[in-house]
Each structure stands twice: as C-alpha cells, then as structure tokens.
Design a binder for this molecule. Structure first.
Ligand code: GLA
Length: 378
C-alpha cells in the first residue's frame, strides 16, 4: 500500500472519508551539494516515495484546532493561533506551516488529517521538506488557491529556518513542490528556476541506504554555512556563486578556503552534469558524481564512514558509473548512477558486500517522480 492509501485508510477508520489527499515526494540529489545556500546549482530529482496527508475540514477554519494523526508518532492537536515552537518536535514542521501560512491569509484551522510516509527519516531523503510541502499543498487546496512551486518551497524553507531552527537552503522543498515526472531538474538557486533534464534511458539511479541515521548534523550544517559566509565577506562578493578557483585561492583561513573550494568546484560540476545528462553522456555524469563525493569528503568534510563505505562498495559493483553521498551528509543515503542493464546485479552486489557496523544496505532503483499534487479519494 502506498502512503496515500495508508493515510486514507487511517483517516477513514477515525473520521470517515477524507475530503482529499495531498502528497509530496522525498528527493535524491544527483549532484550539487551544499551549493543551494550559496546561490549555486543543484541537480535533484523527486523519488517515488511520498508523504501523504489525508485531509478533511472540521470546524472553524480560522480558529478551530487541527487534529493530526501521524502513523509514526501518534496524535496531536495544534492550535492555529498557538506558538509553533511549543509543540512536540515531530509536529513542529506542521505547526510551522499552520502558523506561517496564516500570515498569507490562508485559513489554517479547522481540520483533521491522517499523515503517513514512505520516506525514512534522518536518511537524507528530505522527509522534513515532504511533510511541509504536503501540508502546504493541502491547506492551499482547501482554500482554493494555487501557488507556484517556488512560493510553496519558500514557505517550507521558512518553516525549516524559523520554526525548526535549521538554516537550510531551498533545494529540498523546491524539488518536492516542482519536480517533473521522468526528469531530474537543474535548479538555479540564485534565479530560483528549475530546468527539467531528461534521464538518459541507458542509466538508472540507485538510492543506497547505509542504515546509518543523522546525528548532530544540524550543528555541522550551520558551521559549514558560516564558513561560506565568512569567505563571502572576506572576498567582498555577493555569494560564492560569483567566486572562481582563482579568487578562492586568496582566502586566508585554510579550512574556509577548502570549504569554498568545494562550493566553487561543485557548482561547475553541477552545470557540467546537467550538460552531460542533456547529451546522454552517462559516463561523464557518473564521473562528475564521483568527483563530487571526493570534494565533499576532503574539502567540505560532510561525508561519514557509512557513506564512504557504501560508495566504495558501489564502485566495485557491476555497472556502476559513479557514486556519491547525497543531501546534507554524515549519514543516511548515498546515490549511484548505474547502467540500466546491470541494475539488478548492482543492487544485489552492494547488499551482499556492504558491511558497516553490522548494518545492512537497502537499495532502491528509482525513476524520477512528479512533484506535490492533490489526489481525489479512492
Ligand atoms: C540539506 C538541506 C538542503 C541542502 C542540502 C545539502 O538537505 O536541507 O537545503 O543544503 O542539505 O546540499
């Protein structure tokens, strides 16, 4: 059963039929890591894993409570006029959406929802962005309002930054809201555009779960972002998007210089990767992904032992064209580009040979999915 079907069933058993189901996907980023908050480029795609919100209106749409039953976490009642920071941490993304969307005049009270997901949490597949985007999509739909994906994404990012307290970029929410089925998208995080890029037929994307989960990554994320900001101030430029390897060489602090070197070279790799994808050059695309991993490992220092282990195993597996960590880093999932004909053998081989801390790998061969949408009820 899909997340949407499970959420629908849960809503039915508590409250009867939902009015509709809103869904939003998780994502895997093919290349372009820690570039989004530097006004750079990323190349993510939406995954065929959703978070689903089975929704029905109930009571006063301005002031009435929202009752949310989550498959993983239990039930919570959120006061639309309350402080989102006061709710249990698992529900803060939802409380943030309720609070910030109301600032735009969208009624955010008076509803009930059952929430379920296919996206593992802490696995670098953007489960947080998916719940934000799914909830925004649901509340806009009820209000009869349509927003552009970038506006949905911006609100989700504000929830993350202002309510959850993570200074993340726009990538996760933007791809969850705006992805096009069958395509990855080159995201320009300065001009806030998505340009769909067709996945060549002879390669597939393998998402590889190390079984490790993120701990303490939030402090490290802020630390890396601060390093980028220091370099921008030192060089007197608008953002690292405007830097080159030559300008970066002048940065005084050696650690900050390495951080900036990653961002500058990663931006170029990402633009090159989109071009390689457009030209159907899967060998070049894979090579760039592998180079990205090395840069994240040495210059940005956001990889982790499980991620390095699975990337190394992937390189020795049949049909591997390239492999890298994906998302914020430290733990969770990695991604590989694999020759389509070898996909099954690749998956079996990685599962057989990956061995980190007694954990087992899980592999999903994924086609790019569509961005958030509203489904009727079954
Ligand atoms: C997390 C953040 C994104 C992005 C990535 C790293 O997923 O939410 O905004 O910065 O890390 O590329």
């Amino acid at each position: 059963m899909s997340a949407a079907e499970r959420a629908t069933a849960a809503h039915r058993s508590r409250w009867g039929d939902p009015d509709f189901v809103a869904r939003a996907p998780g994502r895997v980023n093919l290349i372009g890591e820690h570039t989004d908050y530097n006004e750079g480029f990323t190349l993510p795609m939406a995954l065929p894993f959703d978070t689903a919100v089975a929704f029905s209106s109930d009571g006063d749409q301005r002031a009435g409570p929202a009752t949310i039953a989550s498959a993983g976490f239990g039930e919570i009642v959120i006061d639309p006029n309350g402080d989102p920071a006061s709710v249990a941490s698992w529900a803060r993304h939802l409380a943030g959406v309720i609070s910030l969307l109301a600032e735009h005049g969208v009624p955010t009270g008076g509803w009930r929802a059952a929430v379920d997901t296919d996206i593992p949490t802490g696995a670098s597949l953007s489960s947080s962005a998916a719940i934000e985007v799914a909830a925004i999509t649901a509340l806009l739909h009820r209000a009869g309002v349509t927003w552009e994906p970038i506006d949905v994404a911006r609100l989700g990012q504000r929830v993350e930054n202002e309510v959850v307290g993570l200074p993340s970029g726009i990538m996760d929410q933007f791809i969850s809201a705006g992805a096009v089925e069958g395509h990855a998208s080159l995201m320009d995080c300065r001009h806030l555009t998505l340009t769909p890029a067709h996945m060549p037929a002879d390669a597939v994307v393998a998402v590889m779960d190390t079984g490790t989960r993120r701990v303490l990554a939030d402090a490290a994320y802020g630390d890396r972002r601060a390093a980028c900001e220091r370099v921008v101030a030192e060089l007197g430029i608008a953002s690292l998007r405007d830097a080159t390897p030559a300008t970066i060489a002048a940065v005084m602090d050696p650690v900050d210089r390495r951080r900036a070197h990653h961002v500058v070279t990663e931006n170029q790799r990402t633009v090159d990767a989109a071009a390689a994808m457009g030209a159907g050059d899967v060998v070049e695309l894979g090579r760039l992904m592998t180079e990205s991993h090395e840069s994240l490992r040495h210059d940005y220092e956001v990889s982790g032992p499980g991620l390095d282990a699975i990337v190394q195993v992937a390189h020795g597996a049949p049909g591997c064209l390239g492999a890298r960590m994906t998302g914020g880093g430290f733990a969770g999932c990695a991604v590989a580009l694999v020759r389509a004909d070898d996909a099954d053998r690749f998956g079996r081989d990685v599962v057989d040979r990956y061995d980190h801390d007694g954990l087992r790998a899980r592999i999903w061969i994924c086609s790019p999915a569509a961005g958030a949408s509203v489904l009727g009820t079954a």
